[in-house]
Design a protein around this ligand. Structure first.
Ligand code: LRH
Ligand code: MN
Length: 426
């Protein structure tokens, strides 16, 4: 199913009037505050988030999986589904593949299909947390950190294979997340496990194409529940430095122990020029991979406030990679991803409204109350008319979820694919 611009245009008609009223009201009040509204809208339109190829079907937990029917059964259908998200939101202009869940058969056809849907290929993800059929070595006791050189070599070879696949697709980065760790005290020698991991990552880094980046993703626990080799930002940062200037830390919002100050981690990594990118999601307890902004929207705003400051003050840090990493247990995966895209745009727009000059003055005067007032003034602003205008300007839907439903997308997908197609991934 492909959504044509005309379908969106006619679907927008009934809401244009209300949009223009709320937009004009907001734009005038922001203008009076000296905000460059057109720059904010341009920044929003330019902000493209990569959709994970592994999150287009119904996710699940060990306790059960409830399909949503009409799931994409192959990479072509996954690219079409991301194309639908991009047509409606105009902010989902990239797809991030996970190998071997999504190995293309016909690279030329896949690239043409992506281009036809307005998509590029973002980071490719390796997978050394599952054993592949007929694999010679097992990752049961780890991959890049394994005590067995044969296992480490197999994992290194897999990452090199993933880079080759990414090169054929035009991707420019590799994300490495390791499940490696231990479930019981005494099971691991922490230092040897970390040294093996560093040596292995350096071997992978040595084969990284000149214009590529290596993203090292950290996580405190799961699937190992006593220790994880790359457990926190500090370990990832250390490994990125040990690899070289093309290696960076990737921040998955769900990979932090409760109440961790993630915005401070983001500011430190940007100051060090080592923030590679994000896996956006939300969580109440663990790595819940819930809809972005559905549990802690203010925390997301505070992270974007540090990002906006960093993007204006840290030329040493490259433009970060924006990706979603979520899993959908009870929602329509595409509606869930649309809500996540909206929440990311909303947090970014609110952060762009923070009066950084006034905040700096208040901070220097230790006017703590005014500091909070300046931040919350921006956070309390209903920025949705700006998001709507940013989409409208480039042919997107004013209200993507409403359009998704009024265009009967899920019904069409079920008709085309039936009730039993299962998407690879989480
Ligand atoms: C690990 C993770 C990682 C992916 C996987 C699908 O929890 O966040 O980014 O490889 O999810
Ligand atoms: Mn992740």
């Amino acid at each position: 199913m492909k959504i044509e611009k005309e379908q969106i245009l006619s679907d927008n008609k009934k809401d244009i009037g209300v949009h223009e009223e709320s937009f004009d009201f907001l734009a005038n009040s922001l203008d009076r505050k000296g905000v460059d509204v057109h720059k904010v809208i341009k920044d929003l339109s330019d902000f493209q988030v990569a959709i994970p190829s592994w999150a287009l079907g119904a996710g699940g937990t060990r306790f059960g999986r409830f399909s949503y029917y009409g799931e994409p059964a192959n990479l072509e259908q996954k690219i079409n589904d991301v194309g639908i998200l991009h047509a409606l939101t105009q902010t989902a202009g990239a797809i991030s593949l996970h190998i071997p869940w999504d190995i293309p058969e016909d690279y030329k056809a896949i690239k043409e299909l992506a281009t036809a849907n307005g998509l590029v290929f973002d980071a490719v993800n390796s997978n050394t947390f599952q054993d592949q059929k007929n694999a010679k070595e097992s990752y049961k006791f780890g991959s890049l950190s394994n005590t067995s050189k044969a296992v480490r070599d197999q994992a290194i070879a897999h990452n090199n294979e993933v880079i080759k696949i990414g090169e054929k697709l035009g991707s420019k980065s590799l994300t490495v997340w390791l499940a490696d760790g231990s479930n019981f005290p005494g099971q691991h020698n922490f230092q040897r496990a970390l040294q093996h991991t560093q040596d292995s990552l350096q071997e992978i880094y040595a084969t990284l194409p000149e214009d590529w980046k290596l993203f090292i993703e950290y996580k405190p626990y799961e699937p190992n529940f006593y220790s994880t080799v790359i457990q926190d930002w500090g370990t990832s940062f250390m490994l990125a430095n040990a690899c070289g200037e093309k290696a960076y830390t990737l921040v998955d919002l769900g990979h932090h122990l409760p109440n961790t100050n993630i915005e401070q981690i983001v500011s430190t990594l940007m100051m060090q020029g080592k923030l590679g990118g994000f896996h956006f999601n939300d969580s109440k307890y663990g790595d819940d991979d819930s809809t972005v902004g559905s549990v802690k929207p203010y925390a997301l705003f505070l992270i974007f406030n540090e990002l906006v400051y960093g993007m204006n003050n840290n030329p040493q840090n490259p433009y970060p990679a924006w990706m979603i990493d979520a899993s959908h247990n009870i929602k329509d995966p595409l509606e869930d991803l649309i809500q996540s895209l909206e929440a990311i745009q909303e947090a970014y727009a609110k952060a762009l409204l923070v009066d950084q000059e006034q905040l700096k003055l208040a901070q220097e005067k230790h006017d703590v109350v005014l500091c909070q007032e300046i931040l919350q003034q921006a956070y309390r602003t209903d920025v949705r008319p700006l998001l709507e205008r940013a989409r409208l300007n480039v042919g997107g839907a004013l209200h993507p979820i409403k359009a998704y439903r009024s265009l009967g997308v899920r019904g069409n997908l079920i008709q085309a694919r039936g009730k039993h197609s299962i998407a690879t991934g989480l």
